[in-house]
Design a protein around this ligand. Structure first.
Ligand SMILES: NC(=O)c1ccc[n+]([C@@H]2O[C@H](COP(=O)([O-])OP(=O)(O)OC[C@H]3O[C@@H](n4cnc5c(N)ncnc54)[C@H](OP(=O)(O)O)[C@@H]3O)[C@@H](O)[C@H]2O)c1
Length: 370
């Protein structure tokens, strides 16, 4: 008699994305009787819930129980051992780790988890945009053990950016250029600072407004330094076949005035930013004189192997110029698509859409491992 196959799910991180993932996971577990999906481990940076006999954790109240749990997270090598041992018990055959953190430490442990046969789905950019060696170690461990690794939401949140690029490459199309707005924060800032119609506000006022509306990191410099976009470009460049060493190995324009790099806090930065409004105003006016608007974009020229992140001018009718709100837009120029690029556009941030990318990655893993 055949028993229903079981897949154990271990979740690291229960913040904005983690919480939404958990509710999508509950939907999935209800909707799909086979394989039986069970939550076996969940943790934040300080608290954890798991059972030593791997018995399933009820999902209904797990988020409210987690903060008062007496258990602490297992160290990563111990977690890998704990999860790997589950594959040898009873009918359990597969384990999937869901990393909903932005932790570098968790990212660096991916090769270990994968080498133990544990598949990974994640929106965490760190593993795929860190050193090229880590990238190689991850995919080598995956191909040796057969465990899968998917990270759709590491670029463009739930937008199908990575899967589309992989499909283009895997079916033999030639990707010549990728260009786009990869940051919801930068999109919001420039759509209101330099709108296609009207004048827009002062740069410092727009940054302040974006922070008040929750579009920026607690310290807006973490958005304005361009690193987040550089990480996403690193991932796409590598998937296009360019062995980019790290997000600091190509030109990245920072929008932080040099004088404010050492400001002691985000508050001090915002307070002093109006002193530097003229710099951004000049850039905006120069673009306007050419009938254009300025946008913060990333681009990869695959043929010349050039990756760059920074300000560019666009005609008002260009799809990048007419983006709305905090949307992302990514254009793929390829041999098959000719001069009209394949364009993907929509929300590039938010818990639900980001978790959707993670949950659909989980579905891809399930279709291959069970
Ligand atoms: N939010 C979005 O719109 C969005 C869009 C695209 C991609 N992403 C990516 O999705 C991931 C999660 O984002 P988020 O917005 O959900 O972040 P978040 O709200 O800050 O949540 C992060 C969670 O991870 C936990 N955590 C951090 N380091 C940990 C560690 N070493 N071990 C165990 N748990 C740890 C945190 O626990 P504590 O609370 O105890 O610190 C928290 O529960 C990030 O990689 C982010 O870049 C997010």
């Amino acid at each position: 008699m055949s028993s229903t196959p079981q897949v154990l799910i271990a979740i690291i991180g229960a913040g904005g994305v983690g919480k939404c993932f958990l509710s999508q996971f509950e939907f999935l577990a209800r909707k799909r009787p086979s394989p039986k999906l069970s939550l076996t481990y969940i943790c934040t940076s300080k608290k954890a819930i798991y059972n030593t006999d791997y018995s399933p954790i009820p999902t209904e109240n797990v988020l409210s129980s987690l903060p008062s749990s007496s258990q602490t997270p297992l160290e990563l090598p111990k977690l890998a051992d704990y999860l790997a041992s589950a594959t040898q018990t009873g009918s359990t055959k597969e384990v999937v780790l869901v990393d909903n953190t932005s932790s570098q430490d968790v990212a660096e442990a991916y090769p270990l988890f994968l080498s133990f046969g544990i598949s990974i789905v994640t929106p965490n950019k760190k593993a795929f945009s860190g050193s090229y060696k880590l990238w190689q170690d991850i995919f080598e461990a995956s191909s040796k053990s057969g465990a899968k690794v998917y990270h759709e939401s590491s670029v463009g949140a739930g937008l199908p950016v990575i899967s589309t690029l992989k499909d283009l490459v895997d079916t033999g199309d030639e990707v010549t250029k990728i260009e786009g707005v990869f940051s919801g924060t930068m999109s919001f800032l420039f759509n209101s600072f330099a709108p296609t119609s009207g004048t827009g506000g002062k740069w410092s006022a727009e940054v302040k407004k974006a922070k008040e509306l929750g579009y920026t990191e607690p310290d807006p410099r973490d958005d304005l330094n361009g690193l987040d976009v550089a990480r996403k470009l690193t991932i796409l460049a590598r998937l296009s076949g360019l062995p980019v060493e790290s997000p600091s190995s190509f030109p990245v324009q920072s929008l932080i005035p040099t004088e404010l790099e050492s400001a002691s806090s985000g508050e001090e930065f915002l307070q002093r930013l109006p002193e530097f409004d003229s710099q951004m105003e000049e850039t905006k006016v120069a673009a306007e004189k050419e009938g254009k608007v300025v946008r913060f974009v990333g681009s990869i020229d695959v043929a010349s192997k050039q990756v760059k992140v920074g300000l560019e001018k666009f005609d008002r009718s260009h799809p990048i110029a007419s983006l709305k709100g905090s949307d992302n837009i990514i254009s793929f120029y390829t041999k098959r698509y000719g001069s009209n690029p394949l364009i993907i556009q929509g929300a590039g941030a938010g818990g639900e859409v980001t978790a959707m990318g993670v949950t659909s990655d989980l579905l891809k893993v399930l279709s291959q491992i069970v």
